[in-house]
Unconditional design. Structure first.
Length: 73
């Protein structure tokens, strides 16, 4: 009778097989959280940018409000 009744390589392979299973599929799109701002790159004419920056800090919020109004939101 042998001291190791099973093949060590087969035992090692059996241990790793459960870990190599595929992860569950992710949904196509992550759920959106309301009110979260997203960073984007936007090219705007200098005079438009100067108009919104003229009143100081908060110009991005003012620009977003103007875009929201223009979009009818």
């Amino acid at each position: 009778m042998s001291r190791r009744p099973i093949n060590p390589r087969d035992a090692a392979e059996a241990m790793f097989k459960p870990a190599s299973a595929k992860a569950p599929a992710r949904s196509a799109e992550a759920p959106r959280v309301p009110g979260v701002k997203e960073s984007v790159t936007l090219r705007i004419e200098a005079d438009v940018l100067e108009h919104f920056q003229a009143d100081g800090p908060g110009w991005q919020d003012r620009m977003a409000a103007a875009l929201r109004t223009a979009a009818g939101l």
